[in-house]
Design a protein around this ligand. Structure first.
Ligand SMILES: [Zn+2]
Length: 300
């Protein structure tokens, strides 16, 4: 993917707490991949109590967030074309710009959600988390959290091809959860796992919403501009996003990073094929209405 060189970025949408540094003591040396899934489900279902005990050595909310480096480093699309951090800022600007427009078109108001870049561990309204949980959205504070080392892990551990647009898919999925929270969808989700569980439907809808944004990415104007930040997305980019979608499917993870056996009763995010299907439905249509994973009998 390519960004328009002369379009301005809004780095204030990202809170960079890397280097403020701390580990979160969760015990047992991290949650691991099963923990990732459990954490996602818990956090999305509000099962992690707000105000859960937070370890003292973690990065606290509101603690010494310094954005000055990022703001100085990431000024325009040109920076996004040359620096990976700035590319993520541009992507977050684009995702939120699209949803702000989409909410306005339907007569409602989008509430911006910052993304936190953290390293090691972080405290949130959903409890404390280490990097092991992967990127997540916390409904309690309406913020996205990502340790950027996850994107490397996608390649080294999950075997993904990676690339900027693959990372964009991950971020757009998390913002999909924010949209679900704003629309009240997340509140209606009943706890539980399984191939047709509400949790799986919620996750596949977030994939679909990610695709919807991708459809509009090259036409969504940058903040305070009438020109889009994203200049082009290639078929190779889309293929790389689909490659990631396939590698974070429940069946792929269970087979390759878990017990080696597929147990549908534990599905929380949908199969690889389903994740690809719903991202594709979003990107092909550009219409959030096609993302009705709760109304369909055929999840894929
Ligand atoms: Zn998710």
């Amino acid at each position: 993917m390519e960004f328009n060189d002369d379009v301005g970025l809004d780095a204030s949408q990202v809170q960079d707490t890397r280097g403020v540094g701390g580990r979160v003591a969760l015990g047992g040396g991290g949650l691991g991949i099963v923990g990732v899934i459990i954490y996602f489900v818990l956090s999305q279902l509000g099962g992690v109590p707000a105000g859960a005990p937070l370890s003292t050595d973690a990065v606290g909310r509101g603690q010494a967030v310094s954005n000055t480096d990022l703001a100085a480093e990431c000024r325009t699309g040109k920076d996004a074309n040359t620096k990976s951090d700035c590319a993520l800022v541009a992507i977050i600007n684009s995702i939120q710009g699209y949803w702000a427009d989409e909410f306005a078109r339907s007569g409602s108001t989008y509430r911006p959600a910052p993304t936190n870049f953290f390293s090691g561990g972080v405290n949130t309204a959903c409890g404390s988390a280490t990097s092991d949980v992967g990127p997540f959205y916390c409904p309690g504070d309406q913020e996205v959290y990502v340790d950027l080392t996850f994107f490397k892990e996608l390649q080294t551990r999950f075997g993904a091809q990676g690339g900027t647009f693959a990372e964009a898919y991950v971020l757009a999925h998390e913002y999909g959860h924010h949209v679900q929270n704003l629309l009240g969808t997340s509140d209606k989700v009943r706890p539980g796992t399984g191939p047709t569980s509400d949790g799986v439907r919620l996750e596949l809808q977030a994939d679909c919403y990610a695709g919807v944004w991708a459809n509009h990415a090259t036409t969504t104007p940058a903040p305070g501009s009438n020109k889009p930040l994203i200049k082009s997305i290639s078929q190779d980019d889309v293929n790389r996003a689909l490659d990631v979608a396939a590698r974070i499917g429940d069946d792929f993870i269970q087979k390759n990073l878990g017990s080696g056996r597929v147990d549908e009763s534990q599905f929380s995010h949908g199969t690889s094929a389903q994740r690809e299907k719903w991202f594709t439905a979003g990107i092909n249509s550009g219409d959030p209405a096609v993302c009705d994973t709760f109304g369909t009998r055929t999840l894929g």
